[in-house]
Each structure stands twice: as C-alpha cells, then as structure tokens.
Design a binder for this molecule. Structure first.
Ligand SMILES: [Zn+2]
Ligand SMILES: [Zn+2]
Length: 131
C-alpha cells in the first residue's frame, strides 16, 4: 500500500501544468506543483485563488450592507456616548469630540468589514469547488 502510494506520488503531475506535483490544494484537492500550489499558509492553488479573485466584486457588494450597518450603529453609539459625556462633564462638543464622533463609526466599519472578509475567506477555503 505504501509502495503503491509512493509510486503514485512520483507520477502525479500538477493539475495546471506539466511539472511534478509537490502537494495538493487544501481546497479542491487537486495535485499542484510548487508554482501553482499554495505559496503560503491559508492559501489555495492558483485556480482556486483565481476563482476567489473573480468573485471580488460580488463579495464587496455582499459586505457593503454589513459595513454600512456597522458604521450607522457606530455613529449612533458614539453620538450617544458623546451626548452623555457632554452632559456629565458640562462640556461643549469641541474639535476633539467631533473627531471622535467621526472616527469611531469608521473604525467600527473597518473592523466589521475585516471580520466579514475573513469569514468569507474561511468559508471559501472550506468549500470545495463544484466538480
Ligand atoms: Zn503547475
Ligand atoms: Zn484548488
């Protein structure tokens, strides 16, 4: 069984070129050479990465509502926090306060977008392409 596997290993070529396969894609399980294979942890083969890149626009559209909602929520929260702070400290809303009210929603939106991006990437790597 082991000998058979070794024999198979030696004869397997990359699914994308004529080179000897060095491993397999973690996503589609296709044998791939050093050039077409994942070059880093968390990456798939060249073909899978191409599919990932091709769907970039759809992903951006899918993430947009999440980002906007997070920004809106962040704006409401920072406005409420500012309001409470101003009432308690009896302060006016200075330039610093305005900056915080602007920066907090953006920060929250960026974090939400990154999380959504990562979740989508995980789902993509865990889902093999349709045969
Ligand atoms: Zn190759
Ligand atoms: Zn692949």
């Amino acid at each position: 069984m082991v000998a058979l596997a070794a024999c198979y290993e030696a004869r397997v070529t990359c699914s994308l070129c004529e080179e000897k396969a060095r491993g397999e894609c973690p996503r589609c399980r296709a044998p791939v050479c050093g050039f077409h294979g994942p070059w880093k942890e968390g990456f798939a083969c060249r073909r899978c990465e191409d599919a990932w890149d091709a769907a970039k626009k759809q992903r951006r559209l899918a993430i947009l509502p999440v980002t906007l909602m997070a920004a809106g929520l962040g704006a409401v929260l920072s406005a409420a926090a500012m309001f409470l702070l101003m009432r308690q400290a009896d302060l006016g809303l200075g330039a610093g306060g305005a900056l915080v009210m602007l920066a907090v929603p953006i920060l929250i939106a960026v974090v939400a977008k990154r999380r959504a991006d990562r979740a989508m990437r995980r789902r993509f790597l865990a889902t093999p392409p349709p045969a």
